[in-house]
Design a protein around this ligand. Structure first.
Ligand SMILES: [Zn+2]
Length: 559
Protein backbone atom coordinates (compact mmCIF):
# COMPACT_ATOMS: atom_id res chain seq x y z
CA UNK A 1 0.00 0.00 0.00
CA UNK A 2 1.22 3.45 -0.85
CA UNK A 3 1.65 5.51 2.22
CA UNK A 4 2.96 9.00 2.33
CA UNK A 5 3.02 12.09 4.45
CA UNK A 6 0.26 13.70 2.49
CA UNK A 7 -2.11 10.81 1.85
CA UNK A 8 -3.94 8.34 3.95
CA UNK A 9 -5.63 5.10 2.87
CA UNK A 10 -9.13 4.42 4.22
CA UNK A 11 -10.79 1.02 3.93
CA UNK A 12 -14.50 0.26 3.58
CA UNK A 13 -15.79 -3.28 3.21
CA UNK A 14 -18.78 -3.97 0.99
CA UNK A 15 -20.47 -7.35 0.58
CA UNK A 16 -20.49 -8.56 -3.02
CA UNK A 17 -23.97 -9.05 -4.52
CA UNK A 18 -25.37 -12.60 -4.49
CA UNK A 19 -24.83 -13.23 -8.20
CA UNK A 20 -21.04 -12.89 -7.75
CA UNK A 21 -20.67 -14.73 -4.43
CA UNK A 22 -20.07 -18.27 -5.66
CA UNK A 23 -17.48 -17.23 -8.27
CA UNK A 24 -15.69 -14.90 -5.86
CA UNK A 25 -15.50 -17.60 -3.20
CA UNK A 26 -14.07 -20.05 -5.73
CA UNK A 27 -11.48 -17.45 -6.68
CA UNK A 28 -10.65 -16.90 -3.00
CA UNK A 29 -10.28 -20.63 -2.37
CA UNK A 30 -7.95 -20.98 -5.35
CA UNK A 31 -5.79 -18.04 -4.35
CA UNK A 32 -5.71 -19.07 -0.69
CA UNK A 33 -4.31 -22.42 -1.81
CA UNK A 34 -1.63 -20.66 -3.84
CA UNK A 35 -0.74 -18.33 -0.97
CA UNK A 36 -0.52 -21.21 1.50
CA UNK A 37 1.54 -23.33 -0.88
CA UNK A 38 3.87 -20.40 -1.55
CA UNK A 39 4.39 -19.22 2.05
CA UNK A 40 6.89 -21.91 3.16
CA UNK A 41 9.37 -20.95 0.43
CA UNK A 42 10.19 -17.33 1.41
CA UNK A 43 9.52 -18.07 5.12
CA UNK A 44 13.19 -18.91 5.90
CA UNK A 45 14.10 -15.42 4.61
CA UNK A 46 11.78 -13.66 7.05
CA UNK A 47 14.49 -11.20 8.16
CA UNK A 48 14.76 -9.86 4.63
CA UNK A 49 11.11 -8.87 4.81
CA UNK A 50 11.80 -6.88 7.95
CA UNK A 51 14.69 -5.02 6.37
CA UNK A 52 13.21 -4.04 3.07
CA UNK A 53 9.80 -2.50 3.31
CA UNK A 54 9.55 -0.08 0.44
CA UNK A 55 8.22 -1.06 -2.95
CA UNK A 56 5.72 -3.76 -3.74
CA UNK A 57 5.89 -6.88 -1.63
CA UNK A 58 5.30 -9.15 -4.64
CA UNK A 59 8.64 -8.17 -6.12
CA UNK A 60 10.34 -9.26 -2.93
CA UNK A 61 8.57 -12.63 -2.98
CA UNK A 62 9.51 -12.97 -6.64
CA UNK A 63 13.20 -13.15 -5.66
CA UNK A 64 12.58 -16.54 -4.12
CA UNK A 65 9.97 -18.19 -6.29
CA UNK A 66 7.51 -18.26 -9.15
CA UNK A 67 3.89 -19.30 -8.92
CA UNK A 68 3.27 -22.82 -7.65
CA UNK A 69 0.02 -22.84 -9.66
CA UNK A 70 0.16 -20.42 -12.53
CA UNK A 71 -3.13 -18.78 -13.48
CA UNK A 72 -1.79 -15.70 -15.18
CA UNK A 73 0.99 -13.28 -14.37
CA UNK A 74 -1.17 -10.67 -12.64
CA UNK A 75 -3.08 -13.27 -10.66
CA UNK A 76 0.25 -14.50 -9.26
CA UNK A 77 1.43 -10.98 -8.54
CA UNK A 78 -1.70 -10.37 -6.48
CA UNK A 79 -1.23 -13.66 -4.67
CA UNK A 80 2.44 -13.02 -4.02
CA UNK A 81 1.65 -9.48 -2.86
CA UNK A 82 -0.58 -11.12 -0.26
CA UNK A 83 2.28 -13.49 0.67
CA UNK A 84 4.72 -10.59 0.95
CA UNK A 85 2.44 -8.54 3.15
CA UNK A 86 1.95 -11.45 5.53
CA UNK A 87 5.73 -11.87 5.74
CA UNK A 88 6.38 -8.18 6.33
CA UNK A 89 3.89 -8.27 9.17
CA UNK A 90 5.50 -11.39 10.63
CA UNK A 91 8.93 -9.82 10.32
CA UNK A 92 7.72 -6.96 12.52
CA UNK A 93 6.52 -9.46 15.12
CA UNK A 94 9.86 -11.19 14.93
CA UNK A 95 11.58 -7.91 15.78
CA UNK A 96 9.30 -7.60 18.80
CA UNK A 97 10.18 -11.16 19.80
CA UNK A 98 13.88 -10.40 19.60
CA UNK A 99 13.39 -7.47 21.94
CA UNK A 100 11.58 -9.54 24.55
CA UNK A 101 13.55 -12.75 24.22
CA UNK A 102 16.36 -11.71 26.57
CA UNK A 103 13.86 -10.89 29.32
CA UNK A 104 11.72 -14.02 29.03
CA UNK A 105 12.04 -15.73 32.37
CA UNK A 106 10.40 -18.33 34.57
CA UNK A 107 9.27 -15.42 36.68
CA UNK A 108 6.58 -14.80 34.07
CA UNK A 109 5.01 -18.13 34.93
CA UNK A 110 2.90 -18.59 38.01
CA UNK A 111 3.19 -22.18 39.07
CA UNK A 112 0.30 -24.49 39.72
CA UNK A 113 -1.31 -24.49 43.14
CA UNK A 114 -4.07 -26.60 44.61
CA UNK A 115 -6.63 -23.99 43.76
CA UNK A 116 -5.41 -22.66 40.46
CA UNK A 117 -3.77 -24.15 37.38
CA UNK A 118 -0.45 -22.70 36.21
CA UNK A 119 -0.79 -19.26 34.67
CA UNK A 120 1.00 -16.08 33.69
CA UNK A 121 2.49 -13.87 36.35
CA UNK A 122 0.95 -10.63 35.14
CA UNK A 123 2.64 -8.25 37.57
CA UNK A 124 6.08 -9.61 36.63
CA UNK A 125 5.28 -9.31 32.92
CA UNK A 126 3.99 -5.82 33.44
CA UNK A 127 7.11 -4.75 35.26
CA UNK A 128 9.41 -6.32 32.68
CA UNK A 129 7.64 -4.61 29.79
CA UNK A 130 7.76 -1.29 31.57
CA UNK A 131 11.49 -1.63 32.22
CA UNK A 132 12.12 -2.75 28.67
CA UNK A 133 10.16 0.13 27.26
CA UNK A 134 12.07 2.68 29.26
CA UNK A 135 15.15 1.52 27.42
CA UNK A 136 13.52 1.78 24.00
CA UNK A 137 12.77 4.73 21.80
CA UNK A 138 10.21 2.76 19.88
CA UNK A 139 7.03 3.68 18.15
CA UNK A 140 3.91 3.48 20.29
CA UNK A 141 2.44 0.59 18.39
CA UNK A 142 5.18 -1.68 19.62
CA UNK A 143 3.55 -1.77 23.04
CA UNK A 144 0.78 -4.09 21.93
CA UNK A 145 3.23 -6.09 19.87
CA UNK A 146 5.55 -6.71 22.84
CA UNK A 147 2.75 -7.75 25.11
CA UNK A 148 1.25 -9.97 22.45
CA UNK A 149 4.53 -11.76 21.79
CA UNK A 150 5.22 -12.31 25.51
CA UNK A 151 1.77 -13.85 25.91
CA UNK A 152 2.43 -16.16 22.99
CA UNK A 153 5.82 -17.13 24.46
CA UNK A 154 4.16 -17.97 27.81
CA UNK A 155 1.63 -20.17 26.03
CA UNK A 156 4.55 -21.92 24.39
CA UNK A 157 6.06 -22.43 27.83
CA UNK A 158 2.91 -24.12 29.10
CA UNK A 159 3.16 -26.67 26.31
CA UNK A 160 6.91 -27.19 26.13
CA UNK A 161 8.03 -26.33 29.66
CA UNK A 162 10.57 -23.87 28.28
CA UNK A 163 10.62 -20.65 26.33
CA UNK A 164 11.13 -20.64 22.56
CA UNK A 165 14.68 -20.03 21.36
CA UNK A 166 13.68 -18.41 18.09
CA UNK A 167 10.70 -16.65 16.60
CA UNK A 168 10.29 -19.41 14.05
CA UNK A 169 9.99 -21.90 16.87
CA UNK A 170 7.34 -19.77 18.52
CA UNK A 171 5.34 -18.96 15.44
CA UNK A 172 4.20 -21.72 13.13
CA UNK A 173 3.90 -20.85 9.47
CA UNK A 174 1.06 -18.27 9.41
CA UNK A 175 -1.19 -19.86 6.81
CA UNK A 176 -4.36 -18.14 5.67
CA UNK A 177 -7.44 -19.64 7.28
CA UNK A 178 -9.84 -17.68 5.10
CA UNK A 179 -9.34 -16.42 1.59
CA UNK A 180 -7.76 -13.02 1.01
CA UNK A 181 -6.53 -11.54 -2.22
CA UNK A 182 -5.19 -8.04 -2.58
CA UNK A 183 -5.40 -6.62 -6.07
CA UNK A 184 -2.46 -4.32 -5.40
CA UNK A 185 -0.26 -6.55 -7.55
CA UNK A 186 -2.30 -5.75 -10.64
CA UNK A 187 -1.96 -2.80 -12.97
CA UNK A 188 -4.83 -0.76 -11.66
CA UNK A 189 -8.53 -0.72 -12.22
CA UNK A 190 -8.48 0.24 -15.91
CA UNK A 191 -5.67 -1.89 -17.28
CA UNK A 192 -6.07 -4.63 -14.73
CA UNK A 193 -5.56 -8.16 -15.93
CA UNK A 194 -7.02 -9.78 -12.84
CA UNK A 195 -9.80 -7.31 -12.06
CA UNK A 196 -11.46 -4.10 -13.24
CA UNK A 197 -13.18 -1.66 -10.96
CA UNK A 198 -14.94 1.49 -12.15
CA UNK A 199 -16.90 3.99 -10.12
CA UNK A 200 -20.12 5.53 -11.32
CA UNK A 201 -20.66 8.15 -8.66
CA UNK A 202 -23.75 9.58 -10.37
CA UNK A 203 -25.50 6.24 -10.21
CA UNK A 204 -23.90 5.57 -6.81
CA UNK A 205 -22.47 2.21 -7.85
CA UNK A 206 -19.18 0.51 -8.61
CA UNK A 207 -18.77 -1.88 -11.54
CA UNK A 208 -16.56 -4.76 -10.67
CA UNK A 209 -15.34 -7.52 -12.97
CA UNK A 210 -12.84 -10.22 -12.11
CA UNK A 211 -11.02 -13.28 -13.38
CA UNK A 212 -11.90 -16.48 -11.58
CA UNK A 213 -11.94 -20.25 -11.97
CA UNK A 214 -15.34 -21.47 -13.16
CA UNK A 215 -17.03 -24.61 -11.90
CA UNK A 216 -14.83 -26.72 -14.16
CA UNK A 217 -11.76 -24.87 -12.75
CA UNK A 218 -11.17 -23.08 -16.06
CA UNK A 219 -9.89 -19.53 -15.48
CA UNK A 220 -11.85 -16.86 -17.29
CA UNK A 221 -13.24 -13.34 -16.96
CA UNK A 222 -16.75 -12.84 -15.65
CA UNK A 223 -19.01 -12.08 -18.61
CA UNK A 224 -20.77 -9.12 -16.99
CA UNK A 225 -19.93 -6.40 -14.53
CA UNK A 226 -21.08 -6.92 -11.00
CA UNK A 227 -22.94 -3.82 -9.90
CA UNK A 228 -22.11 -2.93 -6.31
CA UNK A 229 -24.28 -0.23 -4.70
CA UNK A 230 -21.97 2.09 -2.77
CA UNK A 231 -22.68 3.04 0.83
CA UNK A 232 -22.93 6.80 1.38
CA UNK A 233 -19.67 6.97 3.29
CA UNK A 234 -17.80 5.44 0.37
CA UNK A 235 -19.44 7.83 -2.08
CA UNK A 236 -18.41 10.81 0.03
CA UNK A 237 -14.84 9.60 0.32
CA UNK A 238 -14.58 8.73 -3.36
CA UNK A 239 -15.62 12.26 -4.27
CA UNK A 240 -12.53 13.71 -2.60
CA UNK A 241 -10.10 10.80 -2.71
CA UNK A 242 -8.55 8.33 -5.08
CA UNK A 243 -9.68 4.74 -5.31
CA UNK A 244 -6.72 2.37 -5.14
CA UNK A 245 -6.49 -1.39 -5.54
CA UNK A 246 -9.15 -3.19 -3.49
CA UNK A 247 -8.82 -6.41 -1.53
CA UNK A 248 -11.17 -9.32 -1.96
CA UNK A 249 -11.79 -11.16 1.29
CA UNK A 250 -13.80 -13.96 2.73
CA UNK A 251 -15.73 -13.58 5.95
CA UNK A 252 -17.05 -16.51 7.92
CA UNK A 253 -20.36 -16.11 9.62
CA UNK A 254 -21.56 -17.59 12.88
CA UNK A 255 -23.76 -20.14 11.12
CA UNK A 256 -20.72 -21.44 9.25
CA UNK A 257 -21.62 -19.83 5.92
CA UNK A 258 -19.08 -17.78 4.01
CA UNK A 259 -19.42 -14.48 2.20
CA UNK A 260 -17.11 -12.58 -0.11
CA UNK A 261 -16.55 -8.90 0.60
CA UNK A 262 -14.61 -6.31 -1.33
CA UNK A 263 -12.54 -3.84 0.67
CA UNK A 264 -12.60 -0.50 -1.10
CA UNK A 265 -9.41 1.38 -0.36
CA UNK A 266 -9.61 5.12 -0.88
CA UNK A 267 -6.63 7.33 -0.54
CA UNK A 268 -7.53 10.76 0.73
CA UNK A 269 -5.39 13.79 1.25
CA UNK A 270 -4.59 14.59 4.82
CA UNK A 271 -5.76 17.98 5.95
CA UNK A 272 -3.01 20.52 6.59
CA UNK A 273 -1.95 20.58 10.20
CA UNK A 274 -2.43 23.91 11.95
CA UNK A 275 0.69 26.06 12.34
CA UNK A 276 2.04 25.92 15.90
CA UNK A 277 1.76 29.69 16.32
CA UNK A 278 -1.99 29.46 15.68
CA UNK A 279 -2.62 26.88 18.38
CA UNK A 280 -4.05 28.34 21.58
CA UNK A 281 -5.64 25.46 23.41
CA UNK A 282 -4.70 21.91 24.24
CA UNK A 283 -6.97 19.01 25.10
CA UNK A 284 -5.24 16.70 27.58
CA UNK A 285 -6.55 13.13 27.66
CA UNK A 286 -5.66 10.49 30.21
CA UNK A 287 -6.43 6.76 30.24
CA UNK A 288 -8.24 6.83 33.52
CA UNK A 289 -7.90 4.42 36.38
CA UNK A 290 -11.60 4.65 37.13
CA UNK A 291 -12.84 5.78 33.75
CA UNK A 292 -11.83 4.77 30.24
CA UNK A 293 -10.81 8.31 29.35
CA UNK A 294 -10.74 11.66 31.05
CA UNK A 295 -10.13 14.87 29.11
CA UNK A 296 -9.60 18.49 30.10
CA UNK A 297 -8.83 21.63 28.09
CA UNK A 298 -6.06 24.02 29.09
CA UNK A 299 -5.10 27.14 27.16
CA UNK A 300 -1.62 28.47 26.44
CA UNK A 301 -1.80 30.75 29.48
CA UNK A 302 -2.30 27.67 31.68
CA UNK A 303 -5.96 28.35 32.35
CA UNK A 304 -8.34 25.47 32.39
CA UNK A 305 -11.18 25.97 29.93
CA UNK A 306 -14.58 24.43 30.66
CA UNK A 307 -15.20 21.29 32.61
CA UNK A 308 -13.39 18.00 32.42
CA UNK A 309 -15.04 15.16 30.58
CA UNK A 310 -15.24 11.62 31.98
CA UNK A 311 -15.96 8.71 29.69
CA UNK A 312 -17.12 5.96 31.97
CA UNK A 313 -17.73 2.45 30.75
CA UNK A 314 -19.09 0.71 33.84
CA UNK A 315 -22.12 -0.85 32.18
CA UNK A 316 -20.15 -1.68 29.09
CA UNK A 317 -17.44 -3.52 31.04
CA UNK A 318 -20.12 -5.53 32.80
CA UNK A 319 -21.68 -6.60 29.50
CA UNK A 320 -18.30 -7.53 28.08
CA UNK A 321 -17.42 -9.53 31.19
CA UNK A 322 -20.74 -11.39 30.92
CA UNK A 323 -20.03 -12.25 27.30
CA UNK A 324 -16.58 -13.51 28.25
CA UNK A 325 -18.07 -15.68 30.98
CA UNK A 326 -20.58 -17.02 28.47
CA UNK A 327 -17.70 -17.92 26.15
CA UNK A 328 -15.83 -19.65 28.98
CA UNK A 329 -18.89 -21.71 29.89
CA UNK A 330 -19.45 -22.73 26.29
CA UNK A 331 -15.81 -23.73 25.99
CA UNK A 332 -16.18 -25.93 29.05
CA UNK A 333 -19.26 -27.53 27.52
CA UNK A 334 -17.34 -28.21 24.30
CA UNK A 335 -14.40 -29.75 26.16
CA UNK A 336 -16.68 -31.95 28.23
CA UNK A 337 -18.77 -32.94 25.20
CA UNK A 338 -15.66 -33.92 23.28
CA UNK A 339 -14.44 -35.99 26.17
CA UNK A 340 -17.75 -37.84 26.51
CA UNK A 341 -17.97 -38.39 22.75
CA UNK A 342 -14.44 -39.74 22.53
CA UNK A 343 -15.15 -42.19 25.34
CA UNK A 344 -17.87 -43.82 23.21
CA UNK A 345 -17.19 -46.80 20.94
CA UNK A 346 -16.48 -45.65 17.35
CA UNK A 347 -19.80 -46.90 15.97
CA UNK A 348 -21.97 -45.59 18.78
CA UNK A 349 -24.91 -43.62 17.30
CA UNK A 350 -24.72 -41.20 20.23
CA UNK A 351 -21.55 -39.80 18.63
CA UNK A 352 -23.63 -38.11 15.97
CA UNK A 353 -25.75 -36.47 18.64
CA UNK A 354 -22.61 -35.15 20.33
CA UNK A 355 -21.23 -33.85 17.07
CA UNK A 356 -24.38 -31.90 16.40
CA UNK A 357 -24.37 -30.43 19.88
CA UNK A 358 -20.69 -29.51 19.56
CA UNK A 359 -21.35 -27.72 16.27
CA UNK A 360 -24.10 -25.67 17.90
CA UNK A 361 -21.88 -24.69 20.84
CA UNK A 362 -18.98 -23.75 18.59
CA UNK A 363 -21.22 -21.55 16.50
CA UNK A 364 -22.45 -19.94 19.68
CA UNK A 365 -18.85 -19.27 20.77
CA UNK A 366 -18.20 -17.62 17.40
CA UNK A 367 -21.28 -15.51 17.76
CA UNK A 368 -20.26 -14.37 21.24
CA UNK A 369 -16.77 -13.43 20.10
CA UNK A 370 -18.15 -11.44 17.24
CA UNK A 371 -20.52 -9.60 19.53
CA UNK A 372 -17.65 -8.92 21.91
CA UNK A 373 -15.40 -7.54 19.21
CA UNK A 374 -18.12 -5.49 17.61
CA UNK A 375 -18.84 -3.85 20.95
CA UNK A 376 -15.17 -3.04 21.41
CA UNK A 377 -14.96 -1.50 17.98
CA UNK A 378 -18.10 0.53 18.50
CA UNK A 379 -16.79 1.84 21.80
CA UNK A 380 -13.44 2.76 20.25
CA UNK A 381 -15.20 4.77 17.54
CA UNK A 382 -17.41 6.46 20.08
CA UNK A 383 -14.50 7.37 22.34
CA UNK A 384 -12.33 8.76 19.57
CA UNK A 385 -15.23 10.78 18.16
CA UNK A 386 -15.99 12.18 21.59
CA UNK A 387 -12.41 13.43 21.97
CA UNK A 388 -12.46 15.03 18.53
CA UNK A 389 -15.77 16.64 19.36
CA UNK A 390 -14.32 18.05 22.57
CA UNK A 391 -11.41 19.48 20.58
CA UNK A 392 -13.90 21.17 18.30
CA UNK A 393 -16.09 22.45 21.13
CA UNK A 394 -13.17 24.00 22.99
CA UNK A 395 -11.18 25.09 19.94
CA UNK A 396 -8.21 22.83 20.71
CA UNK A 397 -5.87 22.19 17.77
CA UNK A 398 -3.51 20.04 19.79
CA UNK A 399 -4.56 16.77 21.36
CA UNK A 400 -2.14 15.81 24.10
CA UNK A 401 -2.62 12.16 24.81
CA UNK A 402 -1.22 9.96 27.50
CA UNK A 403 1.14 7.45 25.95
CA UNK A 404 -0.12 3.95 25.29
CA UNK A 405 2.97 2.62 27.03
CA UNK A 406 1.10 2.35 30.23
CA UNK A 407 -0.32 -0.67 31.88
CA UNK A 408 -2.61 0.90 34.37
CA UNK A 409 -6.02 -0.66 34.22
CA UNK A 410 -9.42 0.52 35.24
CA UNK A 411 -11.23 -1.05 38.13
CA UNK A 412 -8.09 -1.46 40.18
CA UNK A 413 -8.09 -1.69 43.90
CA UNK A 414 -9.97 -3.60 46.48
CA UNK A 415 -13.15 -5.43 45.75
CA UNK A 416 -12.55 -5.59 42.05
CA UNK A 417 -12.68 -9.02 40.54
CA UNK A 418 -11.26 -10.05 37.23
CA UNK A 419 -9.15 -6.96 36.98
CA UNK A 420 -6.81 -8.64 34.56
CA UNK A 421 -9.69 -9.41 32.28
CA UNK A 422 -10.60 -5.76 32.43
CA UNK A 423 -7.03 -4.88 31.78
CA UNK A 424 -6.87 -7.06 28.71
CA UNK A 425 -10.08 -5.68 27.33
CA UNK A 426 -9.07 -2.14 28.08
CA UNK A 427 -5.69 -2.48 26.46
CA UNK A 428 -7.36 -3.80 23.31
CA UNK A 429 -9.78 -0.90 23.29
CA UNK A 430 -7.06 1.62 24.02
CA UNK A 431 -5.02 0.30 21.13
CA UNK A 432 -8.00 0.70 18.88
CA UNK A 433 -8.88 4.18 20.12
CA UNK A 434 -5.26 5.12 19.65
CA UNK A 435 -5.17 4.03 16.02
CA UNK A 436 -8.49 5.68 15.25
CA UNK A 437 -7.43 8.93 16.88
CA UNK A 438 -4.14 9.07 15.12
CA UNK A 439 -5.70 8.65 11.73
CA UNK A 440 -8.75 10.80 12.35
CA UNK A 441 -6.51 13.62 13.58
CA UNK A 442 -4.57 13.44 10.33
CA UNK A 443 -7.78 13.54 8.37
CA UNK A 444 -9.29 16.56 10.05
CA UNK A 445 -6.04 18.44 10.60
CA UNK A 446 -5.49 18.21 14.31
CA UNK A 447 -2.09 17.91 15.95
CA UNK A 448 -1.68 14.75 17.96
CA UNK A 449 1.09 14.46 20.50
CA UNK A 450 1.77 11.91 23.20
CA UNK A 451 3.13 12.38 26.68
CA UNK A 452 4.54 9.94 29.18
CA UNK A 453 2.22 9.45 32.13
CA UNK A 454 4.97 9.18 34.73
CA UNK A 455 3.99 11.16 37.81
CA UNK A 456 0.87 12.64 36.24
CA UNK A 457 -1.44 10.92 38.71
CA UNK A 458 0.59 12.02 41.71
CA UNK A 459 1.33 15.64 40.95
CA UNK A 460 -0.89 18.50 41.95
CA UNK A 461 -1.93 20.32 38.75
CA UNK A 462 -2.42 23.58 40.64
CA UNK A 463 0.94 23.96 42.34
CA UNK A 464 3.03 21.31 40.57
CA UNK A 465 4.13 19.58 43.79
CA UNK A 466 3.98 15.81 44.35
CA UNK A 467 0.67 14.76 45.90
CA UNK A 468 -0.83 11.60 47.36
CA UNK A 469 -3.96 9.77 46.35
CA UNK A 470 -6.56 8.36 48.74
CA UNK A 471 -9.46 5.97 48.57
CA UNK A 472 -12.09 8.70 48.75
CA UNK A 473 -12.49 12.36 49.78
CA UNK A 474 -13.69 11.22 53.21
CA UNK A 475 -11.11 8.48 53.73
CA UNK A 476 -7.80 10.34 53.75
CA UNK A 477 -5.92 8.73 56.59
CA UNK A 478 -3.80 6.43 54.48
CA UNK A 479 -2.32 7.21 51.05
CA UNK A 480 -3.21 4.55 48.46
CA UNK A 481 -1.34 4.36 45.18
CA UNK A 482 -4.44 3.63 43.12
CA UNK A 483 -6.80 5.80 45.17
CA UNK A 484 -9.30 7.85 43.25
CA UNK A 485 -8.89 11.06 45.20
CA UNK A 486 -5.83 13.32 44.99
CA UNK A 487 -5.07 15.65 47.82
CA UNK A 488 -2.24 18.17 47.86
CA UNK A 489 -0.60 18.98 51.18
CA UNK A 490 1.20 21.93 49.71
CA UNK A 491 -1.72 24.03 48.42
CA UNK A 492 -4.61 22.02 49.89
CA UNK A 493 -6.15 21.47 46.50
CA UNK A 494 -7.95 18.18 46.15
CA UNK A 495 -9.86 16.52 43.34
CA UNK A 496 -10.56 13.44 41.30
CA UNK A 497 -7.41 11.57 40.43
CA UNK A 498 -8.22 10.96 36.75
CA UNK A 499 -9.20 14.58 36.32
CA UNK A 500 -5.89 15.74 37.85
CA UNK A 501 -3.98 13.39 35.56
CA UNK A 502 -5.77 14.74 32.48
CA UNK A 503 -4.91 18.32 33.51
CA UNK A 504 -1.28 17.23 33.96
CA UNK A 505 -1.23 15.66 30.49
CA UNK A 506 -2.65 18.94 29.16
CA UNK A 507 0.07 20.87 31.09
CA UNK A 508 2.72 18.75 29.40
CA UNK A 509 1.05 19.50 26.06
CA UNK A 510 1.07 23.23 26.78
CA UNK A 511 4.78 23.09 27.69
CA UNK A 512 5.43 21.35 24.38
CA UNK A 513 3.31 23.90 22.50
CA UNK A 514 5.13 26.87 24.08
CA UNK A 515 8.53 25.42 23.17
CA UNK A 516 7.37 25.03 19.56
CA UNK A 517 6.09 28.59 19.53
CA UNK A 518 9.27 30.03 21.01
CA UNK A 519 11.98 28.03 19.30
CA UNK A 520 10.30 25.88 16.64
CA UNK A 521 11.75 22.84 18.43
CA UNK A 522 10.39 20.90 21.35
CA UNK A 523 11.00 17.95 23.61
CA UNK A 524 8.51 16.36 25.91
CA UNK A 525 9.06 17.53 29.48
CA UNK A 526 8.89 15.55 32.66
CA UNK A 527 5.99 16.55 34.88
CA UNK A 528 8.45 18.09 37.37
CA UNK A 529 10.12 20.30 34.75
CA UNK A 530 9.76 24.02 35.65
CA UNK A 531 8.56 24.67 32.10
CA UNK A 532 5.39 22.77 33.01
CA UNK A 533 3.33 25.52 34.57
CA UNK A 534 0.65 25.16 37.25
CA UNK A 535 -2.87 25.46 35.97
CA UNK A 536 -5.44 27.83 37.35
CA UNK A 537 -9.14 27.45 37.05
CA UNK A 538 -11.28 30.48 37.43
CA UNK A 539 -14.53 28.96 36.24
CA UNK A 540 -17.52 29.69 38.48
CA UNK A 541 -17.98 27.26 41.34
CA UNK A 542 -14.32 26.19 41.27
CA UNK A 543 -13.74 22.60 40.22
CA UNK A 544 -17.31 21.46 39.86
CA UNK A 545 -16.95 18.21 38.03
CA UNK A 546 -19.47 16.62 35.75
CA UNK A 547 -20.96 13.69 37.57
CA UNK A 548 -19.56 10.52 36.07
CA UNK A 549 -21.92 8.56 33.87
CA UNK A 550 -21.88 5.41 36.00
CA UNK A 551 -23.55 4.79 39.33
CA UNK A 552 -20.61 5.95 41.43
CA UNK A 553 -21.14 8.64 44.01
CA UNK A 554 -20.87 12.13 42.57
CA UNK A 555 -17.31 13.38 42.71
CA UNK A 556 -17.98 17.03 43.30
CA UNK A 557 -16.06 19.34 45.51
CA UNK A 558 -16.13 23.03 46.03
CA UNK A 559 -12.74 24.63 46.32
ZN1 LIG B 1 -0.97 21.69 45.18
Amino acid sequence: MRTSRTHQPLTYDVRLPDEAQADALRLLDASRDVVNTALPIPWPHLDEFGRERVGPAWKQVGKYMGSPQYHGDRQWRCESETVGRILRQQAERKKAFELVQPILSDGFIRSKTEKRPAGKNRPAIKEAITTLQKSLEEDETSFVALQNVIEQACNFFFQQDRFPTSYEELQPLPLLKVGMLTYAGDDGSEKGQAYRLALDLEAGVARFRFRYPDEAAIWCWRKVDTIIPLPDRVKERCACGELIAPTLREEQRADGSRIAVLDFVIEVEKADLPAWENIERVLGADWGVHTLLTATTVDEHSEQVGRPFFLNTGGFDGRQARTRRQIDELKKKVAKGEEQRDALPPDDPKRLWFNQKLAVWRREIDRCWRKYEQRNRALAHLASNVLLLLCQMYGCSLLSMESLKTLKSTGRGRGVRGKWRNYRNNSTIRGEIWKLLRYKCHLIGLRFHTEQPRGTSHTCPHCGQPANTYRSPSDRKEAVKWGRWMSCENCHYNGDRDYCASVNIARLGVAYLLQMKQTGKARSCSIYDPRVKPVSYTGAGAVLLLPPTGNHPARNIRG
